[in-house]
Every structure is written in structure tokens, then in C-alpha cells.
Design a protein around this ligand. Sequence first.
Ligand SMILES: Nc1ncnc2c1ncn2[C@@H]1O[C@H](COP(=O)(O)OP(=O)(O)OP(=O)(O)O)[C@@H](O)[C@H]1O
Length: 976
Amino acid sequence: MASRQGSKSKNLGSVTTKVAKSPSSSTTSSSKQYLETSIDGQSSPASSSARSKPQYFYSDNLHIDVERSKENVTVTVRFRPLSPREIRQGEDIAWYADGETIVRNEHNPTTAYAYDRVFGPTTTTRHVYDIAAQHIVSGAMEGVNGTIFAYGVTSSGKTHTMHGDQRSPGIIPLAVKDAFSIIQETPNREFLLRVSYLEIYNEVVNDLLNPAGQNLRIREDDQGTFVEGIKEEVVLSPAHALSLIAAGEEHRHVGSTNFNLLSSRSHTIFTLTIESSAFGESSEGEAVNLSQLNLIDLAGSESSKAETTGIRRKEGSYINKSLLTLGTVISKLTDGRTNHIPYRDSKLTRLLQSSLSGHGRVSLICTVTPASSSLEETHNTLKFAHRAKHVEIQAAQNKIIDEKSLIKKYQNEIRCLKEELDRLKTGIMTVPQLRDSEDNLVLLKQKLEDGQFKLQSRLEQEEEAKAALLGRIQRLTKLILVSTKASQSSRFPHRPGLRRRHSFGEEELAYLPYKRRDLILDDENIDLYASVESNSEANDDTVKGKKTRKHGLLNWLKLRKRDSGLGTSTNTSDKSRGMKSTSIPSTPQADQNNVPSESRLSLSLQTESSPSADLLSDAKEEKETREENIFDPETPLTSIKSSDQIDLLREQQKILSGEVALHSSALKRLSDEAARSPQEDQIHFDMKRLKDDINAKNQQIAYLEKKITEASSNNMTDLEIMQEIDELTAQLNEKSFELEVKAADNRIIQEQLDQRISECEDLQETVAALKQQLADTLELRNVPKDVRLAQATEVDDLKHKLAELTESKEQLELRNQKLAEESTYAKGLASAAAVELKALSEEVAKLMNENERLVSELAASKSSPSQRKSTVGVRNGRRDVVSKRTDIGPSAAELKRELAISKERELSYEAALLEKEHREAELQRKVEESRQRDAYLENELANMWVLVAKLKKSHGNDSDEYSTRDTQPFDDERLI
Ligand SMILES: Nc1ncnc2c1ncn2[C@@H]1O[C@H](COP(=O)(O)OP(=O)(O)OP(=O)(O)O)[C@@H](O)[C@H]1O
């Protein structure tokens, strides 16, 4: 035990910030309320007095704080290995455990964070438990409240850490097992353990132990918050507690997401309430230790990468919102300046208010993946963890000196009952003394006979009462757990001092109906199982019973589900304030029809007769007693006020309703089974019994309703009415607040809705456009064959035309070329003619000059004789000249003729030149025309190509068959 007490959290955080704390908020959600419970649904004198006034475990007048020591939240980080998906995607490592306390960024090694402990991917959950949880559990067993929760993004390993599986049990089963081991190791104290299990799904609190407990209210008063109407079950063994978790898990919301096939869609809080007091007769008046251990599996935050829709998206937004609030609360707690901490912004923080505000030890296990794709998310988790490290707590042991703790109440009740039993025994022994009288012998005889008769009937009544008391004492005693190492002194000296042992082994665990993770079995369990085996040897019958029973407990659980209405689970409760219900455990022993004689392996019970016989009779008695009491609450053992009576009746009514609900679900399961195996008579028999039981319970409910109405109309005093009004006002306020919260939620949802609507409209437009495109395509596809043939013919024509045009273009080009050649030739001719013409012109000019000279000489010779002589001479001379000339060249006539010829030639040349120029111009015009035509044809050709390409494209979208068969005309090569 001493070894379990160590390990206080170290303060690694460099900043220590004072936690804003209100003195009034010192209670945990459900522990603060005193639970008025009697195991058979009937109140006792001890409990009735307590019922009128709510009790708070942590109010100043009720507890003594034994040394408050400042601590910080224990913060650890657990890496999970890369998942197969991450490995497939070739993810890198982005964060890693650098030693035992540091997390470092792979890419940027200067980014690193320190925590109390960092666990690498290969660390076992058992090791995590030892470091991060064990001290919280042992503290809780000593009266210090404790909270352990796993935080991290989706699929980072929270549920693996908190629940685990058969190969690697999680913190919750390990803690439960440890709690019972601690009881075993603490012989000087006796314990009473009870559990509750709830989930927060979409900001609605549901009771996982009671299917009827949906949408429970969180109430708050000066002392803190609590869940109204949550069911608590007293637990007797680890297997019993785990079976309740397993049953609760059946109701938890789990769904598949992109990142996790079995993603938790709700936050769950499993609460173990522990009461302990010194063991033995001398414990009277001593303080009781009371504490709560909250084991929380949060739903994972989801990044925007999660492509969720519909219900998953809604769940995700609720999860993210509540985790965001948790982050804000932690920030504000560590900021030190803020007075207002927004606990009320989410149900999660409201329920965790007490833990977070420093009234108990807290261990935060942050789960992370090393994968690079989650680099940012992991960084956020690490930052959250770093902030949380600075939250300061002041853990203290809660000691209750009030006599009204549940364990004290049971102890007192046992004592009172024992006294009453003694009185009864004495009464039975004392036979009335009748004095002999001679005077009135007849009368005396008559009196004697009457007396004998009365005595007889009184004896019978008292025997019955005694039996009932014994049964009650036994049942109460069974709820209080002590170590087998405790002294063997019994509460009943005449009985062998059998005590209960608490451990769980393979057989107890193998059966656990756990939809997604089989709970618990590790090496230690096997050890424990071995120890159970060895202990059991003391009792041959037990051993035989266990060995011959192949799946005894499995059968029990299955049958318990079936026959849940027939078990001993008797819910009784207190309605002092919050109507929280507590039931005694539905133990295997209770089922007399289906259970082997010793169904709890590890428990040896503090009973007189054999455990099985006791339990069987208990079951019977309890049922009978309860039924009696329901119809006659005013038993000799009760004396309660009218309001208490109404409360009691209401509670009984509630319990009955819960049982009816349970029976109905069991009946449904049986119907399913019956449908599968109709020949099973046992199932039909069980179904019939369940139906009868449901009917009987419904009648009882109706009867209770009547009684409540009568009682309320008859007995309500003004004070009670005022109290009722106060209560209703408080409820009204609560409802108003919830309404406000809902209204705020609605506003957010409305905004989201508006956004969705606009997104939807955009999508609709896109869809319309796509539809149009589709229709166009379909239209093309749906073109009838004749139209397609017509199109093909048209294309053929076009192709033909194109060929013609191409041909005529070629001809024109040829002609054009010829004309160009001709034009070049003509130009050559023209230039040659021009040269010749120029040469001729020069000759003509020369000849004309000569002619003029000759004419002037002729005229001069005609004018004088001398001159004549001379002229003759001249003439002679001339004749000489002429003769000379004749000798040297043609005569004038010849020259004239030559001149005329050259003129003619000149003229013909000019005419030829003109004609050539004319022809040239003509050719130029033709060239121009042919060029234009050419351009026109080219243009036409381009248009044709465009047309062909268009046709080809539209036909190209059709099926391959169509394109090969029907689009042949568009084949490029063929076209070209
Ligand atoms: N430390 C670990 N070692 C081996 N496997 C692990 C470890 N942690 C988680 N896993 C595996 O990773 C998967 C996801 O883990 P788990 O369901 O616990 O994530 P989670 O954080 O609870 O997710 P969610 O928030 O979606 O519920 C599971 O298949 C689980 O077995």
C-alpha cells in the first residue's frame, strides 16, 4: 500500500499560475450529493432523516482537509506507432520522443516541449498506467479526488489508451483492477464502491448504465455541478465493474470516419465513487474518506481534412466546439488574470469544472501521431498539453465526519437491524406469565388460549421479521468490501468470518460483452486468476462449480441481459435534492435459474449459510420485500415524512420504469433470439416471464402513481409547497439557461445553414450547367441515322467541291505562271525595241542634219554664174562632190527614201511599243485578277478546313464505333 502512495506529479512547467477558484465550486459532479439509498427500496430510520436535506461531500462543515499540497496537473504525451494507412502513404516522422520528457520536431529541432513524461510508440499501456495514472488511483482510494483523461485528435489513440483491448488493457480496466487490489491490500479499512458511466453526445448527457436516462440535466447550485438522475451501481468486483462498462459501451455513440473506422463520437466519463472507513467495531464516529475517480475518454478533435458530411459533420462540430471550450478554459486557468472561466460554454467543461478548478489530482494523457500529415494537429495538441501543465491544483483528502455517508449509513443500518433482531429474539423468549387464579379459572383458561393464539401469531410475525432483517443485514453487509487479509472477526460472532476478496481473472474477463474492444486480460490478470484458483481450493464445491462451468460467467452475463428483470438489481435511491438513483449490483448470484451455485469467483462472502443459498434466498426475499414495500411503504421499520414518502414513491416509480425499460430491451433481444431459434423453449419461457414481470411492474407503477397523487394532495404542507415552488423555479432557471445555450447553438447552426444554402445554390448552378452539357452531348449522340447520312453526304459534296476548287486553283496558278513568263518576255521585247528605236532615232537625226546641209549647199550653187561657174565649178565641184559623194555614198533620193523608211520603221516601232505596253497592262491586269482569285480560293479553302474540323470534332465525341464507321469522311488524310 505504501508503495502506491508515492508518485506525486512533478512540476516541470516553468510558469506556475494560480488557478482561479471559487470556494463554492468544490464538489464534483455527482459526488457532492448525498445518496440516500437503501438496498431494498425501503427507507430506514437512519436514511429517512437524511432525506429531507441534501448533503454535499465537500462543503466546509462536512470535511476535514488533511494537508493541502500544491501540485500541477500531470501531463504526459503518448506517441502511437504510424498506422498502416500512414505507412502506405509513405508518411515521414514529424515529431518524436527525445528522451523521457521531451517531444521534438524532426524538421525544426529547436521546436521542443517538455512534459512530465513522454512515451514512445512502443511503450505499453501498463507502463503508461504506472507513470500517469497509478498515483491518481491510489490517491482516490485514500480519499483524494482524481481525474484521468486522454486528449488528442481523432485516431491518435485515446480509446486505445483509456479502454485498450484484450491484449493491451487500457487505463480504465487497469484502474478498476487496481482499486480492488488496493482494497485487498488494505485490511484495516472497509470500502464501498459505486460507479456511474455517462456520455456527452452532441452536447446531450446520456446515462450509459441506464438506457432510459437520456438527455440528463446538469444542475448546479452553490456547491457545484451534478448530473440529475444519473444511475449509480454499487460494484462488488472488477469483473462486475467491467461488465457495467461493457454494457455501457454498447450504448456509446461510435462511428466510422475518414481517419478511424471506430471513432468515438462522444466524450465518456466513467466515475468510480469510493467511500472507506476504518474497519471494525471501533470505527463508530470516525470520519469516512470519500472521493471520486473520473476516467475520461474524450472524442477526438477533427481537422478540416476530415471530409465529413451529414451526421458526422454535426458530431464533429459539437466535438470541436467542446474541445475548443476545454482549451479556452485551460488557457484562462493558466493566464492568471482572468476571473471568468467559461466552464458553462460546454457540458464537458461544466462536468469537469471541479477537477479543472483544482479540487483533486488530474492526469492528462495527450495522445499523438508522429506522422507528418498530422504535423499541425500534433503541434496543437502539444501546445494544449504545455498550457495544461501550468494548471495548478491543490489536492486534498476528503474526510467526511458526517454520519450520512453511504457506507456509514449502511453500517448504522446494520447496527440498528442487529439491535432490533436482538430485541426480537429476546421478545420471542419472553413468554407472558399468567397467574393462576382459582376465582376465574374459566376466564384464565380462555385468556390462556387467547394468549397462546396471539403468541403463536406474534411468533410467526416476528420470525418473518427476523428473517427479513437477517436478509437485509446480509445484503447490506455484502455491499461493503473488505480485504480478505482483514481480521476474521465477523459482524456476527456466531458465523464463520468469511470476507470478500477482490480480483479478476481470465474467466471473469473472457465473457465481457464489449462491442469493439474486449476488455482486460494481461499477465497480471492471469496471476490473479491463479491466486483465485489457489484460494478457491479451500472450497471444493466452488472449484467444481467453476471447473464444470465452461462459460459460466459468460452465460450469466447473457442471461443477465435476458433475465435482467428477474435479478436482484434493486434500485433504491434518495431524492434529497437531485434524484440521483443508486442500485445495488445486479450480481450473478441473483439469478437463481441460470447461475451456478458459486458465480463470483473471487468473492468470499460474509454470510452465514453457503453463498449461493444465501443469494438465492436474497433474490427471492428481496423481490418479495420490494413488492411488499411498494404496496405498503409504511412498514414497522419506516417512519418517514410525507415529502420523503412521496420522494420515495417517485423513486420507486422511477426505478420500476427503468426496470421496465431494461426488461423491454431484454425482451426485444429475446424476441430476436427466439426468431433465430424458435424451438428453444427456454427462450419462450423466459420471454413469458419477462412479459409477466413487465405487466406486474406496470401495475405497480400505476399504483404508485395513484399513491403519489393521493399523498401529494393530502400531505403537502405550505412549506413543502414553497420548497416545491423553489425547486421548480430553480428548474425553470436552469431550463432558461439551457434555452439560451440552445438559442446560441441555433444561431451558429443557422449561420452554418445559410452558408450551406449558398453553397447549395452554387452547386445547383454547376449542376444545371453540367446538365445542359450532358443534354447537348446526348443530343449529338441521339442524332438519327438518316440525319447522320445526310450530314455525311453533305460532307462528301463539300469535299468534292473542295477538290474542284483545289484543281481550279492549281490551273489558275499554272496560267498565272505562264502569264508571268509572257509578261517577262514582252518586257524584254519592249526594252530591245526601245534600244533599237533609240538607235534609229539617232541615225534619223544624223541623216536630217546631213540633208539640211546638202539643201543649203544646193541653194548656194544656184544663186551666181561665177557662182554658176563656181557653181558649175561648184556644180562641178558639187558634181565633183556629188560624184565624189556618189563615189562615197547614196544620193539624196536614196537618203530621202531611207529617211521615209526609217520614219515608217520608227512609226511601226512606236506602234509595236504601244501594243506591247497595252499587252503588258492587259497581262498585269490578268495577273492581278488571278491573284485575287487565288486569295479568294485560299480563303474558301480555309473556311472549308474549319468546317471540316468542326464536323470532325463533333463526330469525334461519339463512340469509337461511330467514329471509325461514321466519321471516315473526316479522316484527315483522306481529306487532304
Ligand atoms: N499506442 C498504440 N499502439 C498501437 N496501436 C495504437 C496505439 N494507439 C492507437 N492505436 C491504434 O490506432 C487506431 C486508432 O486509435 P483509437 O481508436 O484509440 O483513436 P482515438 O484517438 O480514440 O480516435 P477517435 O477520437 O476517433 O475515437 C486503433 O486501431 C488503435 O488500435
